[in-house]
Design a protein. Structure first.
Length: 665
């Protein structure tokens, strides 16, 4: 055994790895070190999430019945993202000394200590959006200056903080005979969010207005600097909507024609132990792509969750029951998507101790919410359908049309998936991880280099629309192989089975099992070679599939560049150099190189290469005119055919175009 194993362990920079190397982060330092754990990142969405955290506290006071007015102000301050002030006329944060922290006010404890607040026991709030006691303390930690003013018992108190550090003890400002409640002002820290970060008045204006819809008993006043006002965002506005979500939906629908002249809306309270409330508003506009807004305790949950599941169940069971009532035997086949796809739905629930998927509360996970919503909505929906039979029949007919369309698309997909090989009872390749085909119709097959990359791709994919077929290294070059050799090759056999449309004279693109075939290989020379072999395969064996634009090349990154808190991905050396000269100009850049797709974790692979909203694809097509197709065939024959002299000549003719610096890089 080597003596080196018994030497003092050291870290990557040479320091001894002993007790002194163990850090203990105190106060709000964890928030500044890892803001993404608390607000999901440091991007524009996270910046605006700070406002939501403070506004949610004010809304909790209103929902609890202690406030009826909230003021939100956005001030344009040069060199900053802007200054936010949120004022409510509620009870005011307690300012007396905290029993567990002698010498500190309760206000200071709440602002400077994680997991502190009045929403854990349920004694101060029956329902609330703040759950973990981290919201306002996180805002404090990530702001250059936070000032809190509290009016309680006809007296005004104030305390200031900077980057989570208390600047001084709480101060009694003076008498406040006509004032009560809390005022919080803060300016986000550019060290966290970047020097160019700015609040968007339009985004905050929309947030403020939506909060007013969510609780009919509150008046919210909006104000912003004149320099931030626009045609869509006034400098001042007052929101109060007695009709709640029904008013919100009516404004959103406008004059659009709907399946039913009256929207389906209502509220249901659950007193006693449940102490919950459900409010909903739904309409079915004609020719609409649909929109869905879900909330829990006034918190937006854009990813839905258990309350959404309860709503879908109530609507589906209700319309099925109505169909059976009027003698429609096919109504039992109605699925949730037939009822909700294309509708405009708004749902708000108030429940005790809700559970969310993360601190940013994008998805509700409380199991009881599904049951609560289904019980609340189902009875009302039954009455909505049966009280006016013409209305119920109109909605049923609309839903049945959606169901028929869904079943038709499903049947077409099944036909697509029955390939020429199915007639001979051949199965799909065992390595293929297929998609369910239940998405929007835009199904994709990723042909991935290697089992390792295939494993990451399987975890990163959208199971509904994205299938994965890993292949082993470089497939056979079909342009220089005999027909017998092509037929005997297992990788090509797997490709043909997965495509399902046959090859050469038997190729029928109408039977192609996927809308897109995406070649996803490593961003290096070997990856380019494999991609070239695959393109040659498609050109020779399925030219009509290429001509119709079904073949794509993925664009995975080769490098990850990091400078401080900023990071970016580069496709190749040229892109890396461009980023270093532009985005990271003058900064010390750490460059990490991905040796292959398998080295990227599923999250990285999805956000850079597979997510349709973020990725870049190159579509491979063929010229329509005969001369153009002939030129492509000639090029493929010369570069990929059996005569190596043609390839040698091609390289010689273009040797002068090679940049030696790029080779060194």
């Amino acid at each position: 055994m080597s003596d080196d194993l018994f030497e003092t362990p050291r870290g990557p920079t040479g320091e001894a790895y002993d007790g002194s190397a163990i850090e203990v982060l105190e106060g709000l330092e964890p928030v500044r070190r890892r803001p993404g754990m608390y607000i999901g990142g440091t991007d524009e969405r996270a910046l605006h999430h700070l406002v939501a955290e403070v506004l949610d506290n004010a809304m909790d006071e209103a929902v609890a019945g202690h406030a009826n007015r909230i003021e939100v102000s956005l001030e344009d301050v040069a060199g900053t993202a802007g200054k936010i002030t949120i004022v409510d006329n509620g009870r005011g944060i307690p300012v007396d000394e905290h029993p567990k922290f002698p010498g500190k006010s309760a206000l200071e404890v709440i602002l400077s200590t994680l997991h502190s607040g009045g929403k854990f026991s349920g004694k101060a709030y029956a329902t609330s959006g703040g759950l973990h006691g981290v919201g306002i303390s996180v805002v404090n930690a990530l702001s250059t200056l936070t000032r809190v003013e509290v009016a309680r018992n006809k007296e005004l108190f104030a305390q200031e903080f900077s980057r989570g550090v208390t600047l001084g003890p709480i101060q009694k400002i003076g008498a406040a005979p006509n004032r009560r409640g809390t005022s919080v002002s803060f300016t986000p820290d550019p060290e966290i969010f970047g020097a160019d970060a700015r609040f968007k008045a339009s985004r905050l204006f929309k947030l403020v207005r939506s909060k007013a819809y969510l609780f009919a008993g509150v008046e919210i006043r909006w104000k912003c600097s004149p320099s931030l006002a626009s045609e869509d965002v006034p400098a001042e506005a007052v929101f109060q909507f007695p009709g709640g979500l029904a008013d919100h939906l009516a404004e959103q629908i406008g004059k659009r024609e709907c399946v039913t002249t009256q929207a389906f809306s209502g509220t249901q309270d659950f007193p006693g132990e449940l102490n919950g409330r459900v409010e909903w508003a739904i309409a079915w506009p004609l020719w609409s792509e649909g929109s869905y807004s879900y909330y829990c305790n006034t918190i937006p949950t854009p990813d839905g969750g258990t309350h959404e599941q309860g709503l879908r169940a109530a609507l589906t069971k209700g319309i099925r029951a109505f169909g059976e009532l009027v003698g429609n035997k096919k109504a039992k086949e109605i699925a949730p998507e037939d009822v909700v796809v294309g509708c405009e739905a708004m749902l708000s629930v108030f429940i005790r101790d809700p559970q969310f998927q993360s601190q940013t509360k994008d998805r509700l996970t409380s199991p009881e919410a599904a049951r609560l919503v289904e019980n609340a909505v189902r009875d009302h929906f039954d009455h909505f359908l049966t009280d006016n039979m013409d209305r119920g029949k109109a909605l049923l007919a609309y839903v049945m049309e959606r169901m028929d369309e869904r079943l038709r698309r499903k049947a077409e997909r099944e036909v697509k998936r029955k390939t020429a090989t199915n007639a001979r009872k051949l199965r799909l390749p065992g390595k293929l991880t297929d998609c369910s085909g239940e998405g929007s119709g835009e199904t994709e097959l990723f042909i991935v280099e290697g089992d390792s990359a295939g494993g990451s791709a399987k975890q990163a994919r959208d199971r509904k629309t994205q299938a994965i077929l890993p292949i082993r290294g470089k497939i056979l070059n079909v342009a220089s192989a005999t027909n017998d050799k092509i037929r005997a090759n297992s990788e090509i056999a797997d490709l043909l089975l997965a495509m399902g449309c046959g090859s050469r004279k038997d190729c029928n693109p109408d039977l192609l099992r996927y809308d897109r075939i995406i070649i996803m290989t490593d961003a290096d020379v070997d990856g380019a070679h494999i991609a070239t072999l695959l393109m040659t395969f498609f050109f020779q064996e399925m030219p009509e599939v290429v001509r119709r634009g079904h073949i794509y090349l993925a664009q995975p990154p080769l490098y990850r560049l990091t400078a401080g808190k900023e990071s970016a991905y580069a496709r190749d050396d040229a892109h890396r150099i461009e980023l270093e000269k532009t985005k990271f100009k003058g900064k010390k850049v750490e460059v990490g190189r991905f040796k292959g797709l398998g080295e990227m974790n599923p999250q990285q692979l999805r956000e850079t290469t597979m997510d349709p909203a973020k990725r870049s694809l190159l579509r491979i097509t063929l010229p329509q005119e005969y001369e153009g197709r002939a030129q492509v065939k000639d090029l493929v024959d010369r570069l990929m055919g059996r005569n190596p002299e043609h390839r040698f000549q091609f390289i010689q003719n273009r040797a002068a175009e090679i940049d030696p610096d790029m080779i060194d890089a």
